[in-house]
Design a protein around this ligand. Sequence first.
Ligand code: PMP
Length: 294
Amino acid sequence: MEKRISSNASVIYVNGEFYSKGNAKISVFDHGLLYGDGVFEGIRVYNGKIFKLREHIDRLYESANTLMLKIPISRDKMIRDVIKTAGKNRLCTYIRLVVTRGVGTLGLNPFLCPKPQIIIIADKIQLYPASFYKNGLKVITVPTQRNRPEALNPRVKSLNYLNNILAKIEAVNAGFHEAIMLNSYGFVSECTGDNIFIVSKGVLLTPSIYMGVLEGVTRNTVIELAREDNIEVKQIVMSRHDIFNADECFLTGTAAEIVPVVECDRRVIGNGQPGPMTKKLIRLYKNLTNTAGV
Ligand code: PMP
C-alpha cells in the first residue's frame, strides 16, 4: 500500500510496493541482517537518467546466481522497477538496490528462506570533498587482505562487507581516507569500495579480475573509454612496487567516479599531482555521464 507523502519525500520500494522512509521495513529474521546473506548494487543517477543500469542489473543477477539466491523477478522487470522507483523520487542521484535472502530460521540454511526480499532506495549520494579530486588522495596498504576468491569471490557484490570494513578501519586508524587491499599472494587487488588503476609509460594498468577484485562497472567503463581514445590498457598482476613507481594512479567507483591518488605508503606517485591521463579520463567520464543513461 502506498502511503501519502509530500512530493519531495522519498518513497522506498519493498517487494513491489512503495512505502515512506519510516514505513519501509523488513523482518529481523531476514538473513540479509542475520548473516549478510544477500547482494546489492549502488547505481548513479545523472540529470535524471540512470547510468549503466543494465550493467548493474547483470552484475546483481550474477552475484545472486553464485549464491544460489533466486531473484523472484526477471532482469527486465527489475530494470522497470528501478526506473519506476527513480521516477517517484525525482531528485534522486543514487540508487541502492538490495536483494536479501529473506526471512528464515535462526539457522544458516538459506534453503529455508522461501522468499528473497527486494529493496530499492532512490536517494542522494554523499560525495567525496572536492579537494580529493583537485589534490588527489593519499592511501596506504593495510594488513587485512582481500577475500580469497576460493573463500568468497570478491566478484560477488554481497551484503557481507566486513572484509572491506576491516581494511577501512585500518586506513582510518592510520589517518588515511582509503586503503589499498592486497590479495593473499601480496599482490594489489583493490580498495575498500573502489577499483585501482595506474599509468606507467603511457599504458593504463589495472589488476586483473583474477587478482580478487569486484569487476567494477566504472572500471569497465574507464577501460572502454581509454581504448576508444587509443590508450593501451592491460589487466595485470600488480605489486606495490608498480604503484610506488607509477606515473599516475587513480581509483574508480560508482559513487567516487574517478579519484586521483598521489601518494601510497608515503611514496609520492609521479610528481605528486593528479596526472594528465587521469585528468583526461575524468573529462571523458564526465562527458559520458552527462549524455548516457536511461
Ligand atoms: N570494489 C568494491 C569492493 C566496491 O564495493 C565497489 C563499489 N563501490 C567497486 C570496487 C567499484 O565498483 P563500481 O564501479 O561498479 O561501483
